[in-house]
Design a protein around this ligand. Structure first.
Ligand SMILES: Cc1cc2nc3c(=O)[nH]c(=O)nc-3n(C[C@H](O)[C@H](O)[C@H](O)COP(=O)(O)O)c2cc1C
Length: 290
């Protein structure tokens, strides 16, 4: 396919493929107030759970030489509060809103979507299956294709809105997980969440993050994410949303060439919100010169 800026997903035409990644733009309210959402096609909110969660104890973010480690622990105000006060603030946002959903049990996913269905603001969901499955000893749901299938089935039966299942790169077979999500009615898969990483203080031998390990995000992830997007896009017929490793406009074009319909910006926007517009400009300049 000829490289281009235009992008579409779920029957909706977007001016460009740029989505803001979950956990790196809150619920969009601050970026909206600062007038920074005009060039984004969509934003994905922070992971939302049934009850409010304070998240992990600090430190829960650590910078490393080449990227960021986080173990926020799904801090969020809970689905009721999101429906009552945060989503209404985004009703007139210039970009589409997608709510990221998380849970500690399979049933929690259904509960959260059930509560969120009361809002008309968001166009769909991103289902984060990288959460630890509490009843299975904390292994992420997404590492078990049967759990991915079950969560997808539960969500499908709870909403008519489109949703993407956000897959984990940490264990399990991501292609198999994507096929399971497609088979149970997901409308897209997001490839992928952060990579497991750790930073140690060599003096004490102790991890810098309070939880020990965390999720690593960095422009250095681009080739790892590109390979996974390529593999998954070759194996499923539903759209693939790329997430991970973007810093430049060129990275977005590369992920689109690998088969992504839309491309998420995470750490880049967290570090510098003006990257949304800058990346779009870089893409335009590259395409004009190609
Ligand atoms: C501070 C932080 C918080 C995050 N929180 C979530 C989250 O709540 N749900 C989720 O699905 N992904 C979460 N992510 C992962 C991002 O959405 C994204 O997939 C990942 O950072 C890779 O993209 P990047 O390299 O562009 O940052 C988080 C990432 C960061 C850096």
């Amino acid at each position: 396919m000829k490289p281009r800026i235009e992008a579409s997903l779920w029957g909706r035409d977007f001016g460009n493929p740029l989505m803001l990644a979950s956990g790196t733009c809150g619920y969009g309210t601050e970026l909206l107030e600062a007038g920074l959402l005009g060039d984004a096609a969509a934003l994905v909110t922070k992971a939302t759970t049934a009850r409010p969660r304070e998240g992990n104890a600090p430190p829960r973010i650590a910078d490393t030489r080449f990227g960021l480690l986080n173990s926020i622990g799904l801090a969020n105000p809970g689905a009721e509060q999101v429906v009552e006060s945060l989503l209404p603030e985004m009703a007139f946002a210039p970009c589409a809103v997608i709510v990221n959903v998380a849970g500690e049990t399979l049933e929690e996913y259904r509960r959260v979507v059930g509560i969120l269905e009361r809002s008309e603001v968001h166009v769909g969901y991103e289902i984060n299956v990288s959460c630890p499955n509490v009843s299975a000893g904390g292994m992420a749901f997404g590492t078990d294709p049967a759990c991915v299938a079950e969560i997808t089935r539960l969500v499908r039966s709870s909403t008519g809105r489109p949703f993407s299942v956000k897959l984990t790169p940490n264990g399990g077979d991501i292609v198999e997980a994507a096929k399971m999500a497609e088979g149970e009615g997901a409308d897209a898969v997001t490839v992928c969440n952060t990579f497991l990483g750790m930073k140690l203080d060599w003096r004490t031998g102790r991890p810098v993050l309070s939880r020990g390990a965390g999720g690593y995000s960095s422009p250095a992830l681009l080739p790892l994410v590109t390979a996974r997007v390529w593999q998954v896009a070759s194996a499923v017929g539903i759209p693939v949303i790329a997430s991970g490793g973007v810093w430049w406009g060129e990275d977005v074009l590369e992920l689109r060439a690998a088969g992504a319909s839309m491309v998420q910006l995470g750490t880049a926007v967290l570090r510098r919100p003006s990257r949304i517009s800058e990346i779009l400009l870089e893409m335009r300049t590259l395409l004009e010169g190609s």
